[in-house]
Design a protein around this ligand. Structure first.
Ligand code: FES
Ligand SMILES: [Fe+2]
Length: 421
């Protein structure tokens, strides 16, 4: 986050607080068709055209720290395996043996210079997935090993996260992420420690769960404590980026400014983080706002100087989503010395506070799908504060291909003039 972006956010927030309606020229949204969240047809379009060709987080580079380290990854609905090669590069292969289809590796994680299928011992190397040996090769007539290597999918890292994309011809990850990458830069994301993780199945379409983290219009209604909201949604400064990504920087409420010793909503300064290790280059704005990033389609990251959770939304079927959150902390400062022991008190409190917010969101979402499936819901009207949700849906249509989507389920492309490039 450079000074120009921080200045820009400050002036955007002042504007947001002062406006009496959406900015001039901002489009009126059509209703989002409910069938996008409820129909088999739309879920099938996503399964055919979104998930097989989008970048998603599979894990962290330190999960495969040494050559030969691997882990399996099945959240895209097909068995994959991520492995660090002898050349140090991280690659992703289908975990399906090219003999009779057994899984090549069966453990969730491990380390091996060769991947040997336990069924008949076909063996693959880890730099290209080449089939290097098989027993009784003489009995396969005309077997061409070169066409029996493990199929590879695209795999790259950003900020220490291993991203995979089943499309072997995927746009390079750095191009896909684009200018929003700059915001991650001071967080030293290459060196993180996992603090804790939770995984919950929510009975809603994956977009219902993701949308709950794309606006703060709901914040004071379900996250207030004794009538006090930590954030003031009216000042939220949002940025829409290419490829469906977005940011939302929300100022503290008056009461919360007072609590932490700020004179006004933009009196941004580094706050005392007590016993937490912090990433030293993170700017003060992050301490004094909620700074949340969305990477299309299923990643939400509310950044923090003491660390941050990564929220991932995995569709299980059209009505259920596995919501994972994994809290990471910077490793600078050497204050993460509890090893595998119990979390220290300050992290237990942080975990309890964050999980409470997540539980409030999930309690809110749990009955939504059934209610949305009622014929009573005729469409979903979005307001200007909810524009990041519209941005997600526009990108979804661009990725699926608008021509494939029945017109009653499509959303018009309205926000092209409001994208930061
Ligand atoms: S199925 Fe893998 S070696 Fe036969
Ligand atoms: Fe929420």
């Amino acid at each position: 986050m450079d000074a120009a972006l921080i200045d820009r956010i400050r002036s955007d927030m002042a504007y947001e607080f002062g406006r009496v309606g959406p900015p001039d020229g901002f489009p009126a949204f059509d209703d989002i068709p409910v069938a996008r969240h409820t129909s088999d047809e739309f879920a099938q379009l996503e399964n055919a055209h979104l998930w097989p060709r989008t970048w998603v987080i599979a894990g962290r580079a330190e999960d495969v720290a040494a050559p030969g380290d691997y882990f399996v990854f099945a959240d895209l609905g097909v068995p994959l395996l991520v492995v660090r090669g002898t050349d140090g590069r991280i690659r992703c292969f289908y975990n399906t043996c090219q003999h009779r289809g057994a899984p090549v590796v069966r453990e969730a994680r491990g380390s091996s210079r060769r991947l040997r299928c336990q069924y008949h011992s076909w063996t693959y190397e880890i730099d290209g997935g080449t089939l290097v040996s098989l027993p009784d090769e003489r009995d396969f007539v005309g077997l061409d090993r070169s066409v029996r290597c493990l199929p590879q999918v695209s795999c790259e890292t950003f900020a220490g996260f291993v991203f995979v994309n089943r499309d072997p011809a995927a746009q390079p990850l750095a191009d896909w992420i684009g200018p929003i990458a700059e915001i991650f830069e001071p967080f030293d994301c290459e060196q993180l420690r996992e603090i804790y993780r939770r995984s919950v199945v929510v009975p809603c379409n994956w977009k219902v769960t993701a949308e709950a983290f794309l606006e703060v219009y709901h914040f004071r209604h379900i996250h207030s404590r004794n009538g006090v909201s930590v954030l003031d949604n009216r000042g939220a400064a949002m940025g829409l980026y290419p490829n469906g990504h977005s940011r939302m920087i929300t100022p503290y409420s008056k009461q919360n400014c007072q609590r932490v010793g700020m004179d006004s909503w933009d009196d941004w300064k580094l706050l005392d983080q007590g016993p937490f290790a912090t990433a030293p280059r993170v700017p003060a704005i992050v301490d004094c706002t909620s700074t949340a990033i969305s990477l299309f389609p299923n990643i939400i990251i509310p950044l923090g100087r003491i660390g941050f959770p990564v929220l991932l939304f995995w569709p299980m079927d059209k009505r259920s989503t596995r919501l994972d959150w994994i809290y990471y902390a910077p490793t600078a400062g050497g204050r993460h010395d509890w090893g595998d022991g119990e979390l220290p008190q300050h992290w237990q409190e942080q975990r309890a506070g964050f999980d409470q917010i997540m539980d409030e969101d999930m309690m809110n979402m749990t009955p939504m799908q059934e209610s949305m499936e009622s014929p009573a819901l005729r469409g979903i009207p979005l307001n200007y504060q909810e524009r990041r949700i519209w941005h997600l849906h526009e990108q979804l249509d661009r990725v699926i291909g608008p021509e494939r989507i029945p017109s009653a389920m499509r959303v018009p492309q309205l926000l092209h003039d409001f994208i930061e490039r």
